[in-house]
Design a protein around this ligand. Structure first.
Ligand code: NDP
Length: 249
């Protein structure tokens, strides 16, 4: 199964992969893991110091030299994404994968008492940013031998749950974006698009959402990496339009 996938060490050799939210949590570990399997990783996120730490870790481990591109998805506009695509094109001339990982939890609570501004902001980061990034990166991805786009979902992106508000709606939107894109890509291109629900994972976001939980009861991001590797590497070439789970239910 995907959860038991054993990636060859050279799985991502020669590939250039962009990871959003690469400074912390699952994105951080995914970036480090991709680099350890040979990928040149473009680290994006909003806190530069965190990205620099990940950069150093990859360099110290002897991985291909990564790149840092700070971007705050809350304020970024269309032109910022075009600029990012231009910089990737001129610096690397290629892009073979995107892990849309960055997201915010937002304000939990009933829809009835939610704040409009908070809702809008969360949609900006969790939905509009992955949309804009994908659209502007498509020309680069089309030019790749093959490319993988991974959207990050959640169990509340597949079944709504009380008090998960904008976050749940944003993850449903991500599934819709993934499915629509995957259907457009079916049989006509070298690009695949899937969503991955990491499941309960010991990160800052999870601790915020479940303050009473014992953090170490949940798997660490490292434990999910077989799925993240499988979907990014060439062993998943035939997988498109799937909503997948990194943990067995
Ligand atoms: P974390 O909160 O640990 O990390 C989220 C990352 O996203 C951080 O690097 C953060 O940057 C970045 N980010 C947040 N807001 C912005 C923004 N406005 N612009 C740019 N970057 C931003 O979360 P997880 O690692 O737990 O979550 C990763 C993904 O997995 C998310 O999509 C989440 O919804 C999903 N997920 C997580 C689960 C879990 O149990 N952990 C369960 C189900 C889904 P910074 O550090 O600078 O704030």
């Amino acid at each position: 199964t995907m959860q038991n996938y054993q990636a060859p060490e050279s799985l991502l050799q020669g590939k250039t992969i962009l990871v959003t939210g690469a400074g912390d949590g699952i994105g951080r570990v995914a970036a480090i893991t991709y680099a350890a399997h040979g990928a040149t990783v473009i680290l994006t996120g909003r806190t530069v110091e965190k990205l620099e730490k990940v950069y150093d870790e990859i360099e110290q481990a002897g991985g291909p030299q990564p790149a840092i591109y700070p971007i705050d998805f809350n304020g970024a506009i269309d032109d910022d994404y075009q600029q990012l695509a231009n910089i990737i094109d001129s610096n690397f001339g290629q892009l073979d994968g995107v892990l849309h990982n960055a997201a915010q939890l937002g304000q939990m609570g009933p829809i009835e008492s939610s704040h409009t501004g908070t809702w809008m902001q969360l949609m900006q980061v969790n939905v509009n940013a992955p949309y804009l990034l994908t659209r502007h990166l498509m020309p680069l991805l089309r030019a790749a031998d093959n490319a993988s786009i991974i959207f990050t979902s959640s169990s509340v992106g597949r079944q709504g749950r009380a008090y998960w508000g904008a976050y749940a709606a944003s993850k449903f939107a991500i599934e819709g974006l993934m499915q629509t894109l995957a259907d457009e890509l079916e049989n006509v291109s070298n690009i695949r698009s899937n969503s991955l629900n990491p499941g309960a994972t010991n990160t800052a976001m999870r601790r915020l959402a479940y303050p009473s939980e014992r953090p170490t009861n949940n798997p660490s991001p490292e434990q999910l990496m077989p799925c993240y590797l499988y979907l990014m590497g060439n062993d998943s070439l035939a997988v498109n339009g799937q909503a997948l789970d990194a943990q067995k239910k």
